[in-house]
Write a protein that binds this ligand. Structure first.
Ligand code: SAM
Length: 290
């Protein structure tokens, strides 16, 4: 049974090790067992699963994961937490703690070693300051993943889930939805953490698409077009693409590509769906190969 996941035990461990929270590492530890149960259930962690946990902290969620999974690999950057994890996880023989920076460790190699290269689940209460690089890094590096179920800042969860027509819609929404199906599992108030974060939080599950929802000949070009379109939100799509350093097509080519989709060059980029960005990207590829 997990011993952590409540305020009393968390305070006890912190005092015993004279642990000082480091803001720069986004340290807000979970102290609510209901939220922990909900995360594990939403991720669908089962007895044959290998789970990667990013930032185990004092090992609270790690204990819950170890109860449900076959193996848990937890990557923690803060050296002060390693002796604490050695104590709080000492009853579990299915946990490997790696002291390192998740943005630098070779996750593919971890999966090869602990799950013979088969897809894993990623579960975490993420350090909010690096939410986007962590998630995009996992997707872009083609890490084999079933789903990523993570606590993030509520506003970021909303941005990942929305479509065109919302002020939150942007490059992150499109990037996430290209790779995965997002689902907001729960909103989580600050009093479920120690110390309390200054922002609201949400648990989001990103289920990796088995096959891509759109066919894009050059995904990297599509992402450049998306970035260019949202960098200058108030501009028309044509002007946004024209002014971007990342998009090297003439004004005439840009107009031709946009019109080939049946759209007006004065349309705003923020109204385009993922399917339309894919079609636009393919139109530029065809222009280039003509
Ligand atoms: N999982 C714990 C919990 O829910 O109570 C702690 C979550 S806390 C929000 C984020 C954790 O990520 C901290 O333990 C922090 O030290 C760790 N962390 C921050 N940056 C990291 C990085 N680049 N690589 C690995 N861990 C990191």
């Amino acid at each position: 049974m997990p011993t952590l996941g409540n305020p009393q035990k968390t305070i006890e461990i912190i005092q015993k090790y004279e642990f000082a929270f480091q803001k720069k590492f986004g340290q807000n530890f979970l102290i609510d067992p209901h939220v922990l149960d909900k995360i594990i259930a939403a991720a669908g962690v089962a007895k044959d699963d290998c789970v990667l946990e990013i930032g185990p902290g004092i090992g609270t969620m790690t204990q819950y994961l170890a109860e449900s999974a076959r193996h848990v690999v937890a990557v923690e950057i803060d050296s002060n937490l390693i002796p604490i994890l050695n104590e709080t996880l000492s009853d579990y023989n299915n946990v490997t703690v790696i002291h390192g920076d998740i943005l630098k460790v070779d996750v593919n190699q971890i999966i090869e070693q602990y799950n013979e290269g088969r897809p894993i689940k990623v579960v975490a209460n993420l350090p909010y300051y690096i939410t986007t690089p962590i998630i995009m890094g996992l997707f872009e590096n083609k890490v084999p993943i079933d789903n990523i179920t993570v606590m993030v800042q509520k506003e970021v969860a909303d941005r990942m889930q929305v479509g065109p027509g919302s002020k939150d819609y942007g490059a992150l929404s499109l990037a996430v939805q290209y790779y995965a199906e997002p689902y907001i599992v729960a909103n989580v108030p600050p009093n479920c953490f120690m110390p309390r974060p200054g922002v609201g939080s949400a648990v989001i599950r990103l289920t990796r698409h088995k096959t891509s929802p759109v066919e894009v000949k050059e995904p990297e070009l599509m992402f450049r077009l998306i970035r260019a379109s949202f960098n200058q939100r108030r501009k028309t799509l044509q002007n946004g693409l024209n002014n971007s350093q990342e998009v090297n097509y003439s004004k005439e080519q840009i107009i031709e590509a946009i019109e080939s989709l049946g759209l007006s060059p004065s349309v705003r980029g923020e109204t385009l769906t993922l399917e339309q960005f894919a079609a636009l990207s393919n139109a530029f590829t065809s222009l280039k190969n003509r």
